[in-house]
Design a binder for this molecule. Structure first.
Ligand SMILES: [Zn+2]
Length: 87
């Protein structure tokens, strides 16, 4: 689950971080730059972020497109991968 750092004093939040350690590093860097290394009085926190649905949606879309391509043309996804030089 991705994480996100939020600073309530600055009303800002970080980009998504895959790991808690990365979010803590973002917090440490933000505190150093924006607050002189101090904890903001209004508070800040690292929260679980809702993962984007775009990643799985793209994967499902590509798989469906490959299935339709195979059914219509008979071309296997492995043939496309070989043609593209992936395999
Ligand atoms: Zn701040």
């Amino acid at each position: 689950m991705p994480y996100r750092y939020r600073c309530h004093a600055c009303a800002t939040e970080s980009n998504l971080c895959s790991w808690p350690a990365h979010a803590r590093a973002v917090r440490r860097e933000h505190r150093r730059i924006a607050h002189g290394g101090m904890r903001p009085a209004a508070g800040d926190r690292i929260v679980h972020a809702v993962p984007s649905v775009r990643g799985p949606a793209w994967t499902i879309g590509i798989l469906l497109a490959l299935i339709v391509l195979k059914e219509l043309t008979g071309i296997e996804p492995a043939d496309i991968a070989r043609w593209a030089g992936i395999l």
